[in-house]
Design a protein. Structure first.
Length: 93
């Protein structure tokens, strides 16, 4: 098993520290860039009460953009990642 490295990530103005394999770090950062850009986009397009509203909108958008046909197994991986993010957000409430 590859050694995991700590990575600080930012989602919606909040910093989280996660551990990931070095090979996945670039993909995580690209995904986070897209997520944060969409949060900004949704903030300008839709009225929301707080950041959690926008994060929820982006999670739904991102989940519907994923296609299991283009990358088998990606749907489950994305679902697991979104569940972890949701659990972290619930802990912060």
């Amino acid at each position: 098993m590859a050694e995991l490295i700590p990575v600080n990530i930012v989602i919606g103005d909040r910093t989280y520290r996660i551990k990931t394999s070095p090979a996945d770090e670039e993909a995580i950062r690209r995904t986070l860039k897209t997520i944060n850009e969409k949060i900004v986009e949704f903030k300008t397009q839709f009225a929301g009460k707080d950041m959690q509203d926008y994060i929820a909108m982006v999670m739904i958008w991102h989940a519907t953009q994923t296609s299991a046909e283009t990358n088998p197994g990606l749907e489950q991986e994305m679902s697991d990642a979104l569940l972890k993010i949701e659990q972290q957000l619930d802990k912060v409430k």
